[in-house]
Design a protein around this ligand. Structure first.
Ligand code: TYC
Length: 119
């Protein structure tokens, strides 16, 4: 992994101290080990005309850990607006959630669609 070069002040003397006329003499470039946070992915639930509302509520409770009240609220948002973010996860977890929802919907013969996109 390439580490970015970051300007870091190694304070050999105070650059603001008028007694030393050195200015930036103590500024050097140093490589700083960077730990990069993994990208996050939004999981989206899409509206359709056929999937029963209760089924969507059940999906949100079962796969996204929502309470019944939260799930009902989010389901209504999708129903009214067409789409809603139902969770934000790592790539692997998001993929798993999408797969679980799509599989569950297909097994129950509902056209419910669930997708993911980079945040
Ligand atoms: N629009 C559906 C109906 O009227 C309900 C629904 C809500 C479907 C959310 C999908 O993601 C969805 N039965």
């Amino acid at each position: 992994m390439i580490q970015s070069v970051t300007a870091q002040k190694l304070r050999m003397s105070d650059p603001n101290d008028p007694r030393d006329g050195e200015g930036d003499a103590g500024v050097v470039l140093q490589t700083k080990p960077k730990t990069k946070r993994p990208p996050l992915y939004k999981v989206l639930l899409l509206n359709d005309d056929y999937t029963p509302m209760e089924f969507v509520v059940h999906v949100l409770e079962r796969f996204f850990g929502m309470t019944h009240a939260q799930a009902f609220e989010v389901m209504l948002t999708v129903h009214k607006k067409g789409v809603a973010v139902v969770g934000v996860f790592s790539h692997e977890i998001a993929e798993t959630k999408v797969g679980q929802v799509m599989d569950f919907a297909r097994r129950h013969q509902h056209p419910l669609q669930c997708t993911m996109e980079k945040e």
